[in-house]
Structures are given as structure tokens and as C-alpha cells.
Design a binder for this molecule. Structure first.
Ligand code: SF4
Length: 758
């Protein structure tokens, strides 16, 4: 079954004329990234030469994908827009809420009970609004998108950081917050700063133990976790063409670890093969017809230094396997140097668990190569010294891995096969026999390895490597083992060398036809009603935020002056709170509980100016809201950096925070706050931050003449009766000022739809 063929067909039909128009306007050679971006500029905007890294541009992506944890709030917001259906095709994937504990069958059963109301809500809402719904167990969002929805030259957004995975099939695919998804679902333009482009030429060819994963592990080390920020990474060269489509997807997936907006590969034969193998020959044929538009112009690849903002070359023939970590994915160590690094850094050498799979590395190629290592080990009478787990990326992959004997091989090896879901990759892992403080080492083929990402233990040293290297290291039980050079002793006392992994890009017997867990939407034909129990603690219908009352903000008590780093994790913590993502009131109980109070260096302990007593941030925010004053928040640099979760913006709005005044914002968080109707200001003089006292009352004046480029004024009313006044900057444009006045961006959409909100 080909999803949304008409939409894809019409994209390709329009591509010739769009590229012609872009060429006329830009009059210079085009990179692939530019071709895809310019051909997706929001129709009501003029095509003109946008300044990369500077201009904000509205785009119209072709589709939206949402995972279950983020979909709840995105869809609850979309419901407020008063639309009958989504403006572009969309899908929801139940993958994040399944705890890996006792194996796939048991874990899915438990998830079905624990998350019942969330799954039922998402299923019914998908039916009503014509959204594709993938049941729990169907697979991980990015794997499903690659297998079913991605197409060369397309553009999509997804409410998950690793959406760029679809770049392996030539798509600009960008991870966003729920608020951005709502914009696109509701038919509004989606704003993005026009990205810079990093060109990476891959020359040579992979061999032996080295795989696509090692390319991105090396690049993560080169660029670091910030080096890709604001950039698209565009890969090309004969090395790129030699990679499988799923190998390309692994590289694009983990491009997120460099902070890149997304990554993309040009259309080539590997994509044709993958599209055909996954039942999409018609799309492959359309892409072949448009081949010239799905790669950069030849001048770009001939002169990469001239056209790309940054340029690197990596020779795959010289690349060796990498192991990245612990605690950060950009600490890249070539495997030949691991012995030295382990001693130097005092990393625990014994590996307790090896984990393969996840959305990053669970292709047929990955599974078959890891399985070949297992088979070779079993044939040579080696057993795994570490525990070993497998998390297939989709039911499609799981079923053929079962059919072709790989899962049986893994089980024989002592592996536990978890459900087709995120599981240990996102901390949904009930790890056995683990206390929460013990120093230990694990190695996995996932993408992120920050402290507590996989289990709740901050002392788990998590390393990232390819599935085949993870497998070899699990066999040896040692982080220092290098299968390229080292030997092992088998159960008969013989010295053994593991054979190099061997696998298949695509399943020789085909993907087959399976029940992949897809629910086709019936667009409300069965009178689908969305029911949320009034006593539910997981889901809550939203009510529109109030319009601005037309007056300056006066006498706002300072809620918290946050000291130092204040990421979206500090503002709205994940972990335990994930389950409340569909319930604004409940999740607001985590507002700023991770932020450090400037005045006492403590978290979640601030002064209530009225009672004179200290209490938690959410409680005092509610107190100020309910007493009618609202409140103000102050912060330092890059406030709200991290994942673009909209809860971090909805919670302050819900709790009556009227203004957030900081030294600088992470742009996505600033936009999210604007969308929810919270006023965002920055100090003109950053030293003014020091003037704010714990018991200040704050006025913001100038709002009656709120306009782009015009400063507002902050008045601090100190408790001793003295006052201080200073200007503050804002970055609102005309339409964002309308969001502020209407109370939120969604209020404007709803009004324009002239429909009542249910
Ligand atoms: S498997 Fe991991 S990286 Fe992939 S979507 Fe799930 S949590 Fe995110």
C-alpha cells in the first residue's frame, strides 16, 4: 500500500516549474537542500534569494509525524483550531510509552493497560481528523516513516528530535515541538530560519567492521553537539552512493546529535532499491523522472568549498569503527584507541549490557550484520559475557528478522527481544538488578547517551557504537575489546578471532506482507467521538487562553530569577512527567522545578512575596495567578535551550506567567512562548539582570504601542520603595504581536475558522 500517493504525485508534477522559478530568482547553482527548501516555501510567500542563517521563512511541509508522547498535546491544541481535518497528511505512532521489562509480548500487554486511555484517545482523534494511527507494537516513528511515508525531495516535520532519519530517503525532515506541528496541521506557514548548509563528501567505501554508524559517530566528534546547529548537513560523493538507504538513514538520524536542523542524501540507486523493496515502485519511478531535481547541481559538487557554508571530506576506506561516550554522543574514540582512553579516563571496563536496535539502527542490514557476528560466535563456541537485548524498529523488521532466523539466533545467544518501540533508548527500561547509583558500563546502538537517558542511574556510563561492534563487545564483555585486532578464548580454551560481519542491505526474500499495526482513519464515518473522562489524570481538554486586556502589565511579582543554564528540561522536566503530557494542569506541576533560584541556589524553592514563606515554583505561580496578579520570570543566556517541547511554554501561560525577561532566548522556546501568548523580552543591557531583587514587583509599559522593533520598558518596584527603570528588547513581528493580543496563535486560527471549539 502506498500512502498519500496523490500528494506525492502532485509534488513531483509541480517540481519542474518550481525549480525553474527558483533558478530564475536565484540565478546560481543550487544545493539539494536549497532545492527542497525553496520548493516548499509557503505558497503565500514570494520566492526570493533568502539569506542562509539569517532570514526567517515560512514553509509548507508535505506531512507531519507525531509520536505518542508529543502527539497528545499537539492534537489537543489542534482540536482548538476548529478544523475538520488536517491540512496535510499526518500520522501518530505509539512507541514512546512502552516499558521494556519482560519481553515484547508481556510488555505490550502491560502498555495496553497502563496507557489505555491515551491510546484510545489518540486512536479516536486520528479517526476523526483523518490521521494515520500506528498501534503500540507497530514500531518506532522514524522507522515506520522510512518504510512507508518518506519520499525523495519531500519535506516533513515530526514531533521528535530524530525525525531527520527520513533524510536517508532524500527528504528534508525536521524535528519540532508540538506547537510547530499544530501550525502545519492547521494550514499555517511553518517558520524556520533558513538554514546554512554543511557539505560532507564521502569518498572511498566502507569495509570489514566499519559501518554507516561509524561515519556519523566520527562526524559527531568533529562537529560536537553544537556544531550542526542552524545547518542542514548534505552528503554526497561516491562513498555516499555506496551506502544502503537505511545506512544513510542512520547517519541522518544521528545528525540530530550535532544539533543539525536535519541531514540529507541525494537521490540514488540505493533509494530506488529501498522504495521498490518496501512496495513503492511507483514513487521510485516518479523520483527517477525527476532525478536532476533530487540532487544538487553538478557545479555544487564540483566546487563544494565555494557553495557550502562549511565543507568536510571523509574517506570511508580509511575509517575505523568508533565508540562514542560516555554521557555525550560527541566524545568520539576510534576503536583502536579505546584501550588507552578507558585507562586514561578510568571508565569501567566491564560491560554489563549490550543493546542493539532503536530507530537509529534496526534495519535489515543492521540486524543481519549483528546476527552474523552472533552466528560466528556461536559456531566458534563463544558465549556472551554481557547481557544482550534487541529492540526491533518496526513490526515489518521484526517479522522478517523472525522469518529469516535472526531473532532465534539472538535468543540462542541469550538475548532478550523487546517490543518494537523506544524502550531502553528513552529510559523506558526496567533494568534488572540495578540500583540507581552503581557505577557501571553499557553499550548500545542508539543515538543519545546523556546521563539517565537509558536507565535512571546517573552513574551508568553509556557508550554508543554500531550494532556489530555492540554485539562483539557484548561477547567479550569488555569495553576495550577491538574485534578488528583482538582475539577471545572460547569455552574449549581456544583462541578465537571473530569473523568480520556480513549482512544484506535488503532482505533477499523480500519484506513480505504483514499486519504492521496500522489503523486506517475513517474520518469520523462511524460517528467517532473524542471522549476524555473528566477525572482522567492523563488527558485534559484545553480551554483557550484569555485575550490580552489592552493594558500594560503592572505590579507583577517576580516568580523566579533563574540562575545559569535553564533548558526546557529545567522548565518542564521529562521522566516521571512524560505521562502527563496530555494534561496541562497536571504537567504544570513540574514548571521550573529544575531551575536554580538565583537567591538561594536551590531548585523548586522560591519566595512567596505575599505570605513571606518559601514554597515550590508551581504552587506560588498558581497562587499569584489565582490572586489575579500573574507573575514574571527572569533568566540568563540561551533560556529554554534543548528539545522544543511546547509544554515549557504552555505551563507558564497556564500558571499566569505574563512575561519572561532574559539575557537571551533559545529561539524555538521564544517562539513557543510567543505562540502561547506569553510576552518574551530580552535585556538591552544584560547587567540589568543584576538589578532584579527577590521581592520586586515588575511593570512592563509600552504595550499599548507594541510594534516591531520598538522597545518596551521594564520598571522594577523594589520593596524599599525605590524604583529602577530600563529598556527591554523584543523580536516580535506584526503577526506575532497579533498572537500576543489574541492571547495565543491558536486563538487567531480558531477565530478565522469561525467554529466553536468542542
Ligand atoms: S528509539 Fe530513541 S531516538 Fe528513536 S524515537 Fe525512540 S526514543 Fe527517540
Amino acid at each position: 500500500m502506498i500512502f498519500d500517493f496523490e500528494m506525492i504525485d502532485s509534488c513531483y508534477k509541480l517540481l519542474d516549474s518550481k525549480i525553474l522559478e527558483i533558478r530564475k530568482k536565484l540565478n546560481r547553482p543550487l544545493s539539494l537542500s536549497e532545492k527542497v527548501l525553496y520548493s516548499h516555501v509557503y505558497p503565500q510567500n514570494q520566492i526570493k534569494p533568502f539569506k542562509r542563517g539569517t532570514d526567517y521563512v515560512d514553509f509548507m511541509p508535505d506531512r507531519v509525524a507525531m509520536q505518542d508522547a508529543t502527539a497528545q498535546m499537539a492534537i489537543l491544541q489542534f482540536m482548538m483550531a476548529g478544523k475538520d481535518t488536517t491540512a496535510v497528511p499526518a500520522s501518530v505512532h505509539c512507541d514512546h510509552l512502552i516499558l521494556a521489562q519482560s519481553g515484547a509480548v508481556e510488555d505490550l500487554k502491560t502498555a495496553g493497560i497502563v496507557n489505555k486511555e491515551v491510546y484510545e484517545f489518540l486512536s479516536s482523534v486520528c479517526n476523526k481528523y483523518d490521521i494515520g494511527f500506528w498501534n503500540p507494537g507497530a514500531g518506532i516513528i522514524h522507522q515506520i516513516v522510512l518504510e512507508n511515508y518518506a519520499f525523495p525531495g519531500g519535506m516533513m516535520i515530526g514531533t521528535d528530535s530524530h525525525t531527520p532519519n527520513a533524510g536517508g530517503l532524500g527528504m528534508i525532515a525536521i524535528g519540532v515541538g508540538g506547537a510547530d506541528a499544530v501550525d502545519v496541521l492547521a494550514g499555517m506557514g511553518w517558520e524556520l530560519k533558513f538554514p546554512n548548509v554543511i557539505g560532507i563528501k564521502l569518498s572511498g567505501k566502507l569495509s570489514g567492521w566499519t559501518s554507516a554508524k561509524d561515519i556519523i559517530l566520527k562526524i559527531s566528534g568533529l562537529l560536537t553537539v553544537k556544531g550542526g546547529t542552524g545547518n542542514i548537513i548534505e552528503y554526497f560523493g561516491e562513498g555516499a552512493e555506496s551506502l544502503s538507504c537505511t545506512g544513510k538513514a542512520t547517519i541522518c538520524n544521528m545528525g540530530a546529535e550535532t544539533g543539525a536542523t536535519c541531514s540529507i542524501f541525494g537521490f540514488d540507486n540505493s533509494m530506488i532499491d529501498y522504495l521498490k523493496a518496501t512496495g513503492r515502485k511507483e514513487i521510485a519511478d516518479l523520483a527517477i523522472k525527476n532525478r536532476n531535481h533530487l540532487v544538487a547541481d553538478p557545479e555544487i559538487y564540483a566546487n563544494p568549498e565555494k557553495y557550502f557554508d562549511q565543507y568536510f571530506e571523509i574517506n570511508l576506506s580509511e575509517l575505523e569503527p568508533y565508540i562514542n561516550g560516555p554521557f555525550t554522543p560527541d566524545l568520539a574514540t576510534p576503536i583502536s584507541q579505546m584501550k588507552t582512553a578507558v585507562i586514561k579516563n578510568n571508565w569501567p571496563e566491564n560491560v554489563e549490557v549490550g543493546l542493539i536496535g532503536s530507530c537509529t539502527n534496526s534495519s535489515y542490514e543492521d540486524i543481519s550484520r549483528a546476527a552474523s557476528v552472533v552466528k560466528n560466535a556461536l559456531d566458534q563456541k563463544l558465549v556472551a559475557k554481557s547481557e544482550f537485548t534487541v529492540t526491533p524498529g518496526s513490526e515489518q523488521i521484526r517479522s522478517i528478522a523472525e522469518r529469516d532466523g535472526f531473532l532465534e539466533l539472538f535468543r540462542e545467544f541469550g538475548a532478550e527481544v523487546f517490543a518494537n518501540a523506544c524502550g531502553p533508548c528513552i529510559g523506558q527500561w526496567a533494568r534488572k538488578d540495578s540500583d540507581n547509583k552503581r557505577v557501571n558500563t553499557i553499550i548500545h546502538s542508539f543515538n543519545r547517551n546523556f546521563a539517565k537517558r537509558n536507565d535512571a542511574n546517573p552513574n551508568t556510563n553509556a557508550f554508543v557504537a554500531s550494532p556489530e561492534i555492540v554485539t562483539a563487545i557484548a561477547i567479550s564483555g569488555k569495553l576495550t575489546f577491538n574485534p578488528v585486532t583482538d582475539t577471545l578464548i572460547n569455552s574449549e580454551g581456544k583462541e578465537i578471532k571473530l569473523a568480520e560481519p556480513k549482512g544484506f542491505d535488503l532482505p533477499p526474500k523480500g519484506f513480505g506482507v504483514i499486519d504492521g499495526g496500522y489503523q486506517k482513519p475513517d474520518h469520523g464515518k462511524n460517528g467517532e467521538k473524542i471522549i476524555i473522562n473528566s477525572d482522567s489524570d492523563r488527558l485534559q481538554l484545553l480551554a483557550p487562553f484569555k485575550e490580552w486586556d489592552g493594558n500594560d502589565f503592572l505590579n507583577l511579582p517576580l516568580l523566579i530569577k533563574a540562575k545559569g543554564k535553564c533548558t526546557t528540561d529545567h522548565i518542564s522536566m521529562a521522566g516521571y512527567w512524560l505521562k502527563y503530557r496530555g494534561h496541562l494542569q497536571n504537567i504544570s506541576e513540574n514548571y521550573m522545578i529544575g531551575a536554580v533560584n538565583y537567591f538561594n541556589d536551590q531548585t523548586n524553592n522560591i519566595l512567596n512575596q505575599v505570605t513571606g514563606l518559601n514554597d515550590t515554583v508551581p504552587r506560588i505561580a498558581r497562587f499569584y495567578r489565582d490572586s489575579g496578579t500573574g507573575s514574571a520570570v527572569a533568566g540568563e543566556e540561551n533560556f529554554g535551550e534543548g528539545s522544543s517541547r511546547e509544554h515549557a511554554a504552555m505551563e507558564p501561560r497556564y500558571l499566569g506567567v505574563k512575561v519572561v525577561l532574559v539575557k537571551s532566548f533559545a529561539r524555538i522556546h521564544e517562539t513557543n512562548l510567543k505562540k502561547q501568548g506569553v510576552l518574551t523580552l530580552t535585556f538591552q543591557n544584560k547587567n540589568d539582570f543584576n538589578k532584579i531583587k527577590e521581592d520586586d514587583r515588575i511593570d512592563i509599559s509600552g504595550l499599548k504601542n507594541f510594534m516591531p522593533g520598538k522597545q518596551l520598558t521594564v520598571n522594577l518596584n523594589h520593596l524599599d520603595g525605590t524604583k529602577e527603570k530600563f529598556p527591554a528588547n523584543h523580536s516580535y513581528n506584526e503577526s506575532q504581536i497579533e498572537w500576543f493580543k489574541a492571547g495565543s496563535a491558536l486563538n487567531i486560527i480558531r477565530k478565522s475558522n469561525k467554529k466553536n471549539v468542542t
